[in-house]
Design a protein. Structure first.
Length: 495
């Protein structure tokens, strides 16, 4: 076997005791061969060798003893044009890692930072993919001398919007204050060569720097929807800009804004790729929120935003699981809160829309029957369940709660309650007892003349309309006779 003659970019390779170092799969004695394959192999061999390094010296975010010693060789290879974009990305991943196995904390990042003389020139590489990857990788090395100035200088002469966006984000990560005027310039009309993805990143950078959420930021953050752009092509390595912005909004306490922005996105997206990106961003936000409790002092706001987002997602994707979780959170609040009354009604309405998919919600729906405001919506959800799910709900109790809802002065859902009584009278006529009819008759003949809120004339008209509906119900209910099942059964399951 001929002797190995490591020169040039691999000079000094044999001086390192690789066999004594460890990587993800044990001894690092294979690292010299991998580096030689990148330096001297054909394109396919070099590609496979570079991919192998992603599995051993950087493995799923972890770096090892052999990682830092390999960094100078990776930087030299990248600078020499061997798998430059791939190896630059690997160096960025190494610098980004905080999961360090068997090495001093920060050692891997320091090793990458020390290669600034080789890596900074990559910002001017002829290949825009390399320039974009270099911007991200260098942002993982905030202590590199001259880095911010190099990023700003390159941004000033860069002509590719995708690369400009990454340069801007890199400055925002390292020196947020210096990124503010740059991002503001992008958002302003007339910026030469700007595109929608760059405006989205600029909005993200401005918000991340502490700027308040404004109409101009909203416009910049949603311009990609009209253009039909897929912003994933302008992602910040593994983090796409739109979900990144949504998560930052939520983290800063603006979950309602984030939820509204997410819903706007998949309603306004004009092309399949953009719609897919919008739905993915909303799903990521929903998953993030499901994994943490609402912020203190913002319980109702957070619950409402979560419910809005989950309900919109269900309509788009058909996946009921996030909506079921959100409804459960609303109907099982951590403490009693009068402000939750309206929100409970919204949750019950969402449950009624789910129909049989709301089966697991029955335990949290039943307590709502005793609240005249929420009762009609909760009853509607229960009546929409399949027979097995609703079999333990006594129809007499359901009817009693619905009558109470009809009798509640100023109730928002009185007519819905009366309509549900009409459904039950057809399926279970025995449940409409003489007592029920007597109470409803009293309501039909006793006009209400107390102004609670709103126009006096309108209250009178609404009251007369309700009493007319009650009389119509009583007349119709006389058409049905015979004993019915005394437990709730959905109309779809009745035979």
């Amino acid at each position: 076997m001929p002797p190995v003659n490591d020169t040039g970019v691999l000079a000094g390779l044999t001086d390192i005791p690789w066999a004594e170092l460890r990587h993800a799969y044990g001894s690092a004695d294979d690292i010299p061969g991998i580096l030689r394959a990148i330096a001297d192999g054909d394109d396919e061999t070099a590609k496979e060798a570079a991919s192998e390094l992603f599995g051993n010296i950087w493995h799923q975010g972890t770096v090892y003893q052999a990682t830092a010693p390999a960094v100078p060789f990776l930087a030299r290879l990248a600078s020499a044009g061997r798998r430059t974009a791939t190896l630059t990305g690997l160096l960025g991943c190494i610098a980004e890692s905080t999961d360090e196995y068997g090495i001093e904390p920060g050692g891997a990042r320091a090793a990458v930072t020390a290669q600034g003389d080789l890596l900074l020139p990559l910002l001017a590489d002829p290949d825009p993919e390399v320039r974009a990857m270099a911007a991200w990788a260098l942002a993982q090395c905030p202590g590199m001398p001259g880095l911010v100035q190099a990023l700003c200088d390159r941004w000033g002469c860069e002509t590719t919007p995708d690369v400009r966006g990454k340069l801007l984000k890199a400055v925002s990560v390292i020196a947020p204050a210096q990124a503010v005027p740059m991002a503001a310039r992008v958002i302003a009309s007339g910026f030469p060569g700007q595109d929608a993805a760059e405006r989205l990143i600029a909005a993200w950078c401005l918000f991340a720097s502490g700027a308040p959420w404004t109409g101009s930021l909203h416009e910049a953050a949603t311009a990609w929807l009209a253009d039909g752009l897929d912003p994933a092509k302008s992602n910040w390595n593994h983090e796409e800009p739109f979900p990144g912005l949504l998560l930052d909004l939520a983290a800063r306490g603006d979950l309602a804004v984030a939820a509204e922005l997410a819903v706007t996105a998949f309603d306004a997206a004009q092309r399949p790729a953009a719609r897919k990106a919008a739905v993915w961003a909303a799903e990521k936000l929903a998953l993030d929120q499901a994994a943490q409790p609402p912020a203190d002092g913002a319980t109702v706001l957070h619950l409402e935003a979560r419910l809005t987002l989950a309900r919109a997602l269900w309509r788009v994707t058909g996946d009921a699981a996030p909506l079921v979780r959100s409804i459960t959170q609303v109907l099982q609040p951590p403490a009693p809160d009068k402000a939750l009354s309206y929100l409970r009604g919204r949750a019950a309405k969402a449950a009624s829309d789910l129909e049989p998919a709301a089966r697991s919600l029955l335990p949290v729906l039943l307590p709502l029957l005793s609240d005249p405001e929420s009762c009609p919506l909760a009853a509607q959800a229960i009546l929409g369940l399949d027979r097995a799910a609703a079999a333990d709900v006594p129809i007499e109790a359901l009817v009693s709660h619905l009558v109470a809802a009809v009798a509640t002065p100023g109730g928002r859902n009185q007519l819905l309650a009366l309509g549900l009584l009409g459904e039950t009278s057809q399926q279970w006529p025995a449940a409409i007892t003489a007592t029920v009819r007597e109470r409803l008759s009293g309501l039909a003949e006793q006009p209400r003349r107390v102004v609670t809120f709103g126009s006096y004339d309108q209250i009178i008209r609404d009251d007369e309309a309700l009493r007319a509906e009650i009389r119509r119900f009583l007349a119709n209910s006389e058409k049905f006779s015979g004993a019915g099942n005394n437990h709730v059964r959905s109309a779809s399951s009745s035979g």
